[in-house]
Design a binder for this molecule. Sequence first.
Ligand SMILES: [Zn+2]
Length: 301
Amino acid sequence: MQYYDSSVYQKIPKLLDYFQKGIIDENKNISHCLLFWGADINLQCGLALEIARLLNCKEGAGADCSCQNCRWIKEQTHPAIKIYTRLDFKETDSNSSEDEDSSKGKKNININQAKSIINELSISSDYHRVYIFCDRDEEGNLLPLNRMNFPEATSNALLKTFEEPPKNTTFIFLTKDKTDVISTVVSRAQSFFVPSLQPENKDYSLVEGIIAGYWNFDKNRVLDIEDELLKLAADNAPEEIFIQMENYMFEILQSNYQNKTLFYRMKEDLKFVEEAMQQVVISKMNIKTVMENLCFKMFLK
Ligand SMILES: [Zn+2]
């Protein structure tokens, strides 16, 4: 997949200008830990790769520079610029009998992966290393970091490294919402909101007829609601149903922000829906089981 995007200068000129100036500046007051957040992960990755180019090019980093560093970064073959996801890691542990497919179905960036990063960084490099942390699916579509694909144990194993990295090393985290990354990482990073250029999907027309006003539902209806949602999930991509449930809940939250009880309930419910989506998309759990759990958590309160 091609993640380098030369149009980032047109898309987010102010952010690029900030980094350009900061990197060219003698004092380089750009943090070695950057966190990007917003809906458009591809754009965040494009920005991260451009920052990597600004940090590595020794010939002024003009847009059409064809020095080796720039060429490698544009082709995504630079040895020191890495996109780290749970799927881009092969266990090298001799005790492990897992073969080349060991990354298949892997749920998160694990401790072994963290250790291999620490080992790798113990060897010095002539380049400015840039490690971009995010997630992707099997097809290579980029996805944001969250607490499931970048769990606390892994973050903790890397905290010291994030805090005091070797010279010429930058870490960049790509996420949808700052709260999806554990606070100890967020507090060590300089955060930037990357505005999304894609119109966000805010549709909830499929689920509205089923879950509208669900917090007032009669608890006896839970099995019927589950049935109706399962039917929808059979006729559509299950993740679309979860996204629409989230969209509906965000809409309610926005128009009822003074209602504290509803606010706390919905915040919890949003977490349940997010978990359900992860279980289906990443853990490939059976949709019936996932939906049943979700409905019991949401509608039997
Ligand atoms: Zn160059």
